[in-house]
Design a protein around this ligand. Structure first.
Ligand code: BTN
Length: 276
């Protein structure tokens, strides 16, 4: 058994409560999915911002109905948490990209240049964190953004967002996964799950509030610096192929195809680099 983990929930509560009145943070030994549990609580009347961290998830969920597997990981070998808060952006487009950018920046402040041997934490449109360099491309983590409309006490509809983040902290088996698993220990062996949470949670709240105020447009250039698909041949799940050319001000992926540049915004479409 490894050293006991010290979760910074009290410190996070102190830091975040002034920005998010009524905020609470909770550590769960095991839950089906922190996103599902946040949604359940919101439907049951939860009316204040909430951070749920789980040591284990038995039915972790990913985008497009996929599963997020971390139940086989040893305690602390993965970080799984969700943050639920009311948000009123003018547009929701690009939110998962803004979250991914925030997380990538906190995990690796100064990434090595593309092509350098060291691992580089990059963003894979629209919701994955990948590691590139030092071996085949591998998935470091993923983001699941969900929204819910709930009636506020004044009977006006308030939209809540639940941002779920899963990160591999220590090496894990890639069996059954769509691509090899990477982990935070590749970036720095001193990472553990509580440290990662501590690095991410507060800036994540700031990023969400900035997104509410300004949307995704100001993040186009910073996203480009960590775009893991830019300049690569990609294939969309609807069969189209082309060269990835970054993202637009609404977070849509721009792909140059034989028929011209298309903008991929649909949450139903997935995209993969084509091995050349
Ligand atoms: C993906 O890879 O498509 C996204 C994975 C998101 C996983 C996280 S783990 C915490 C939160 N709870 C879930 O069930 N999913 C997210």
């Amino acid at each position: 058994m490894g050293a006991p983990l010290h979760w910074p929930l009290e410190a996070l509560w102190q830091a975040l409560a002034p920005r998010l009145p009524g905020f609470t943070a909770e550590l769960l030994a095991s839950v089906d999915s922190t996103n599902t549990e946040c949604m359940r609580r919101l439907r049951a009347g939860q009316s204040e911002p909430l951070l749920l961290v789980a040591l284990a998830q038995t039915a972790g969920r990913g985008r497009l109905g996929r599963s997020w597997q971390s139940e086989c990981a040893a305690p602390g070998a993965a970080l799984t948490f969700s943050l639920a808060l009311p948000l009123a952006p003018r547009s929701w487009s690009g939110l998962s990209l803004a979250v991914g950018l925030c997380v990538a920046r906190r995990l690796q402040e100064e990434p090595p240049p593309p092509g350098a041997p060291g691992p580089r934490a990059v963003l894979k449109w629209p919701n994955d964190l990948w590691l590139q360099g030092g071996g085949p491309e591998r998935k470091l983590g993923g983001i699941l953004v969900e929204t819910a409309s709930l009636l506020a006490p004044a009977n006006s509809a308030t939209r809540w967002v639940v941002v779920g983040i899963g990160l591999n902290v220590a090496p894990r088996s890639s069996e059954g996964l769509a691509m090899p698993a990477g982990c935070l220990h590749e970036l720095d062996p001193r990472w553990d799950a509580p440290t990662a949470l501590d690095r991410i949670a507060e800036p994540l709240v700031d990023a969400l509030l900035a997104f509410e105020a300004y949307g995704f447009a100001p993040l186009v250039a910073p996203f480009a610096e960590r775009d893991g698909l830019a300049g690569r041949l990609v294939r969309l799940s609807d069969g189209r192929e082309g060269l990835a050319e970054g993202v637009g001000p609404d977070g849509a992926l721009r792909v140059r195809t034989a028929a011209g540049v298309i903008e991929v915004a649909s949450a139903e479409v997935s995209v993969r680099p084509v091995a050349v």
